[in-house]
Design a protein around this ligand. Structure first.
Ligand SMILES: NC(=O)c1ccc[n+]([C@@H]2O[C@H](COP(=O)([O-])OP(=O)(O)OC[C@H]3O[C@@H](n4cnc5c(N)ncnc54)[C@H](OP(=O)(O)O)[C@@H]3O)[C@@H](O)[C@H]2O)c1
Length: 216
């Protein structure tokens, strides 16, 4: 399918390339067309990869993946255009991390989340929060961590959730390892996991780990 990936950072580049390798056509979006990282990515991706503005990538995509900095996501999606997002599944990988004070803080938490803010700001988009609990390399290579570890999805639209789960399958996550947490308010929990994720990364000295859930 045609997919718009918003974001030129490690996550955008990694996810976009994996989607091309899985057989999709991908356009990477940035604030400006001709973004150096996006152009480099498109060259590496080959014929199925292209780049443009956030609006170009969103217009191109039948499905859109938000891989922008959490602090810029609403701005990026506004530039993408609410009309272009209408009716589309929007997989939101961003986290509400704010390091501006020198310390980690979540700018949305407790009874709020970035996923909910995006859904509220773009009510016609079908927002699915996913993949924000794993490092970019693990997102596209679950086998780099042994065991039946999981990723989470949440969102208000069941059809969009099924579409997102299918796409996660293309990235190597079987449906049995995709945990459906319900509506978009569950983004609060997956986003508030980030302080623990970051602390574990410091403790382990590696980002190659993930959550495995054991149930009684
Ligand atoms: N790094 C990971 O392994 C990881 C794992 C899970 C989740 N995440 C989340 O995934 C997202 C992407 O992370 P990343 O490290 O790949 O990249 P990043 O550096 O957090 O974000 C880069 C992208 O954000 C855009 N951006 C930044 N400020 C903006 C603003 N004010 N308005 C519009 N766009 C803006 C940039 O646009 P330009 O291209 O125009 O510069 C760029 O495309 C983040 O929300 C992060 O928390 C990251």
């Amino acid at each position: 399918m045609r997919i718009g990936v918003l974001g030129t950072g490690t996550v955008g580049q990694t996810v976009a390339l994996a989607l091309v390798r899985a057989g999709h056509e991908v356009r990477m979006g940035a604030r400006q067309a001709g973004n150096e990282r996006a152009v480099g990515w498109a060259e590496e991706a080959g014929a199925a990869g292209s780049e443009g503005t956030f609006a170009d990538a969103t217009g191109f995509g039948e499905l859109v993946v938000n891989c922008t900095a959490g602090t810029g996501s609403l701005e990026a999606l506004a530039a993408a255009g609410e009309e272009r997002l209408a009716g589309k599944t929007l997989i939101d990988v961003a986290n509400p991390l704010d390091f501006s004070t020198g310390e980690l803080r979540l700018f949305a938490c407790n009874d709020d989340s970035l996923g909910e803010r995006i859904q509220a700001a773009f009510p016609r988009a079908r927002v699915i929060k996913a993949l924000n609990t794993v490092n970019a390399a693990v997102m596209v290579d679950p086998a780099s961590v042994p065991g039946d570890h999981v990723v989470f999805v949440c969102g208000d639209d069941d059809g969009a959730k099924a579409e997102a789960t299918g796409l996660l399958g293309d990235l190597g996550w079987p449906a049995a390892r995709v945990v459906d947490l319900g509506d978009i308010t569950a983004a609060r929990g997956t986003e508030m996991y980030l302080p623990l994720w970051l602390r574990m990364m410091q403790t382990f000295g590696s980002a190659t780990f993930n959550i495995a859930v054991t149930r009684g």
